[in-house]
Design a protein around this ligand. Structure first.
Ligand SMILES: Cc1cc2nc3c(=O)[nH]c(=O)nc-3n(C[C@H](O)[C@H](O)[C@H](O)COP(=O)(O)O)c2cc1C
Length: 158
């Protein structure tokens, strides 16, 4: 696993401690992720990476080719990971995995994400997915009386 390179020694120690805590939480509290052998690490820039290490069983499931896991099936793992780390970190969280609608984006936002990333749904549906997701998200927020997305960040935590 690669640790992020930081500024001073104090900052590196704090980052390393946070990283260790994130990894511990992820491994302890995401049984689905554990089942698939996923693990959380940091890349050179300090970004969180959810990795799916080589697994002969999954390789078989993927038809003998190497690949990643994305789309709606990955959303419960992603939302759970965001929910679990929300109270523990002091940085904005980006929700990734299975965002294909405004409601799916809101699951991440309510769990604590400040933004979401869209991969599979973009490939499947084209650029229109951004307007579709944004429109649905704004319409749901308006219906329930929220003035902005930022007001909804983390509301699932009460
Ligand atoms: C066409 C495509 C290309 C991707 N390329 C990369 C990549 O270069 N690096 C990376 O870390 N993840 C890559 N991903 C993974 C996405 O960043 C994301 O983690 C994953 O697809 C889960 O989100 P989704 O359910 O919205 O697809 C790619 C995904 C897709 C669908």
């Amino acid at each position: 696993m690669t640790r992020p390179s930081g500024g001073g020694a104090g900052e590196s120690m704090a980052t390393a401690k946070r990283t260790a805590e994130l990894i511990r939480l992820f491994e302890e509290r995401a049984p689905i992720a554990r089942f698939f052998g996923m693990h959380l690490s940091y890349n050179e820039e300090g970004g969180a990476v959810v990795d799916l290490p080589y697994n002969p069983n999954l390789d078989h499931a993927l038809g003998g080719i190497h690949g990643g896991l994305g789309g709606a099936a990955s959303r419960p793992v992603g939302v759970r990971a965001v929910y679990d780390i929300y109270d523990r970190v002091d940085v904005p969280i980006i929700g990734v995995g299975g965002v294909d609608s405004g409601m799916a984006a809101l699951e991440y936002i309510m769990a604590g994400a400040s933004a979401v990333q869209i991969g599979t749904a973009l490939v499947a549906g084209g650029l229109g997915v951004f307007e579709h997701v944004t429109k649905e998200m704004n319409s749901v927020l308006e219906d329930i009386g929220f003035k902005s997305v930022s007001e909804a960040v983390g509301v699932a935590h009460g």
